[in-house]
Design a protein. Sequence first.
Length: 264
Amino acid sequence: MDRAKVARAAFTAAALTLLATGCGAGVTTASPGSAPSGVPQAAASAAPGGADREAGPDTERDAVRVAIVGDSLTAGGGRLLSDGLDANTWMTYARGDGVEWVGGWAKGGSTIEEQAAAVTPVADVDVLVLMSGTNDVRKGIEFSRAAASYDAVVATIAPEHVVVAAIPPYDRSPAAAALYQQALERHVLDRGWTWTDPWGFARDGLVFAAGTSPDGIHPTTAGYQRLGESLRETILEVGGTRGDLLQAGPAADGTAGGDRSRTS
């Protein structure tokens, strides 16, 4: 057999071996981030940086990098954000298609002071979404005491832009929650951050609308989805695309979160 025939035979054998190995791996090995049937795809990855839904070759490069901080309203059903996203985590419904979750900290029952003490830096964050205050109201902590902790969270994450979300109704102390929220909104606007209230669907005056909460504190799973969709719109409104942010450079006032304010 001449050298050409020998080379062709060796190449064919190697190709068949590689094909057989690849097919076997496809049958026995689940790909990272794959989700069981019926689970939102975004919930499949427990760690930030998992595959975005319908991600194309340029999605990750252009996506707005988002960190999130808060209590159980952000942590979801697992009570700890570090456990990963689930159907009761708003970020499950906000990420993908231009929004990349890159980290943060959230724990059920935590106050803003506890969040400020626990959060650690996250590299290269475009938008921080901070939603906290319900547990301050629960524990009788006035906003004047809590204000510095909001600033501390922002200083630790050091994002380009800051979005602070209103807390939902708190049926156990609705008037106290409303007072805390008014003070929080003033603080946010004074800092030049973005204020948004994504809870319009759930409000009936100072309490939860009928059918939107199982306990007067948290929304239903359908409510978490509406919350995530609303916050996603705000993230994209504030952050645009990754390319926009890189072209624009640092915030005009030279500080993190120097974006325009928004009241909804």
